[in-house]
Design a protein around this ligand. Structure first.
Ligand code: HEC
Length: 247
C-alpha cells in the first residue's frame, strides 16, 4: 500500500507541475512519448486517476469498529456502545446552578428569580418575552389569562381551545393557593409537568421558563390588585378612554 501511495503522490506531483499529461513543449521536457507509443492526454489522465483512486483508500474510516447501537459479543450486556459513567457531563452542559436550572434553592422551590435572569433582562424585556412564549406554549390550554377550575366561576370560560375541545381543565392561576406559590413552583411545573400537564423542558429553554413564570405572576397581578395599590399614573392610565369605549 505504501508503494501505491508513493506512486500516486509522484504522479500527482507530475500532474500538478504539468510534466506528465501535457504534450512536450519547450526545452524542459520531462517526458517524451516515442512515436511508436504515443500517449494521449486522456489515456494519461485515466491512468493517473485510477492510481490516485487506489492511493485514496480511507484506512481510518474503513477500519474495524463498532457502529452506534451495534450488537457486540464482547461486552456482557451485548451492546457495543458503552453507557456513560455516572456523573459524566458533556462539554458546555455543566448545570451547577440549581436556582437557574431546577428552580430550587437549598432543595426548596425558589422564592426569587435567579441572578442569571435578572442580570440579563430588564423587567419589561422579561415580561415581553414571557408573554410571547406563554401565548405560544401555554395559552391553548390555559387561555390568555390563565382561566380554569377552582377560582371564580367566570374563569372556567377563559381556558384555551384544547380544554374547550375536551382536555382536562386546569386550575385557574387566580386562586389563593397559586398566588401564594413561590415562583420556583411555576418554573417546576413548566419543567417537569404537573399531573396531566406534560413537561415542556424539551421545548422551552430555562431562561424562557423563567420569563413565562414572570408572565404568570403578571397575569395573577392583573386580576388581583386593589385599586388603592395603584400609583396615580396607573389610575390615570386605567381611566383613560380605550378603543373599546368608543361609540
Ligand atoms: C396540553 C395542555 C396544557 C399545556 C400546553 C400547559 N398546561 Fe399547564 N396545566 C394543564 C393541566 C390539565 C393542568 C392541571 C393538571 C392536573 O392537576 O392534573 C395544568 C396545571 C398547571 C398549573 C397549576 C399547577 C398547580 O400547582 O396546580 C400551572 C401553574 C400551569 N399548568 C402552568 C402552565 C404553563 C406556564 C404552561 C406553558 C409553558 C402550561 N401550563 C402548559 C394543561 C396544560
Amino acid at each position: 500500500m505504501t508503494s501505491t501511495i508513493a506512486i500516486a503522490s509522484e504522479i500527482r506531483f507530475a500532474v500538478v507541475s504539468g510534466t506528465a499529461c501535457s504534450r512536450p513543449s519547450g526545452r524542459a521536457r520531462a517526458f517524451t512519448p516515442s512515436p511508436r507509443h504515443p500517449v494521449t492526454p486522456s489515456l494519461c489522465h485515466l491512468v493517473t486517476l485510477s492510481l490516485l483512486a487506489a492511493g485514496c483508500v480511507q484506512d481510518m474510516a474503513d477500519q474495524q469498529k463498532a457502529e452506534p447501537f451495534e450488537r457486540s459479543g464482547f461486552f456482557a450486556d451485548g451492546m457495543a456502545s458503552r453507557p456513560l459513567p455516572p456523573g459524566t457531563v458533556a462539554r458546555g452542559r455543566l448545570r451547577v446552578d440549581d436556582h437557574f436550572f431546577d428552580g430550587t434553592v437549598n432543595g426548596e422551590p425558589a422564592e426569587t428569580f435567579p441572578e442569571r435572569v435578572t442580570s440579563e433582562y430588564t423587567p419589561e424585556a422579561l415580561l415581553a418575552r414571557g408573554r410571547e412564549r406563554f401565548e405560544i406554549f401555554c395559552s391553548h390550554c390555559h387561555g390568555s389569562i390563565g382561566g380554569g377550575r377552582e377560582g371564580s366561576p367566570h374563569m372556567r370560560e377563559l381556558t384555551g381551545m384544547v380544554v374547550k375541545a375536551g382536555f382536562p381543565m386546569p386550575p385557574t392561576y387566580h386562586t389563593d393557593r397559586l398566588r401564594a406559590a413561590p415562583i420556583g413552583h411555576f418554573y417546576d411545573v413548566i419543567t417537569n409537568g404537573f399531573g396531566r400537564m406534560p413537561s415542556h423542558a424539551s421545548q422551552i429553554p430555562p431562561e424562557d421558563r423563567w420569563a413565562i413564570a414572570a408572565w404568570v405572576r403578571a397575569l395573577q397581578a392583573s386580576q388581583h390588585t386593589a385599586l388603592s395599590e395603584l400609583t396615580e399614573e396607573e389610575h390615570a392610565f386605567l381611566e383613560s378612554p380605550t378603543d373599546t369605549d368608543a361609540p
